[in-house]
Write a protein that binds this ligand. Sequence first.
Ligand SMILES: Nc1ncnc2c1ncn2[C@@H]1O[C@H](COP(=O)(O)OP(=O)(O)OP(=O)(O)O)[C@@H](O)[C@H]1O
Length: 223
Amino acid sequence: MADALQVRNLCFSWANGEDVLKSCTLEVPQGEFWMLLGTNGSGKSTLLRLLAGLLTPKSGEINVMPPVGFVFQNPDHQLVMPTVGADVAFGLVEEKLSPSQVRHRVAEALSAVNLLELQRRPIYALSGGQKQRVAIAGAIARQSEVLLLDEPTALLDPDSQLDLVAQVKRLVKSRNLTALWVTHRLDELNYCDGAFLLEKGFLVDRGDPKRLQQRLMQVGLAS
Ligand SMILES: Nc1ncnc2c1ncn2[C@@H]1O[C@H](COP(=O)(O)OP(=O)(O)OP(=O)(O)O)[C@@H](O)[C@H]1O
């Protein structure tokens, strides 16, 4: 399977000169769900922002299959419209679509995350997990091939957390999407195809999630 996401020798420094990513190389095959783990400050969010094109690398190569959908830790930083349906439609304003095409895309994306019946609900009246699903529906409506999710369950209770990760896994598999999901929660590793471990800007391990789960349970992953 071809890679939907590829990074070669990626280096990044902030303006203060701090090296955050040190020659990182990774790839995620199309249709797979991978996770990115690491202690606080190891560079996970920075890597995700580079993949989304929100930051510019110091050196190295990034290839990500477009369009890319990004899901933030806090959905209140991303949902901008008053209702569920309006928010998902807002993401389509730059595409030249007729009103009926927009309605169709919004309905299809909300069905994919089981929120169609909440289309007219105000955003403020949603739970945290429902808000994250609206953010994911936005990416699906824009027909994103790659989903980048930066600790999307950090603000969720354990039940909503596992519902969300299971739902993203189903979406990835049923639509042949590709996802990279940042987490501190080791139980989420049960849902992915593989995982990367980032330490102080170096990718120090990768591969079978069960093996990484064991390794991290033994040493304890700081969160
Ligand atoms: N805008 C910024 N300007 C300067 N330094 C930054 C900026 N954002 C992050 N950093 C620094 O970059 C390093 C990596 O931060 P990053 O947020 O990528 O880590 P992380 O692994 O996602 O951490 P966490 O698990 O706490 O979210 C940290 O030392 C952080 O202080």
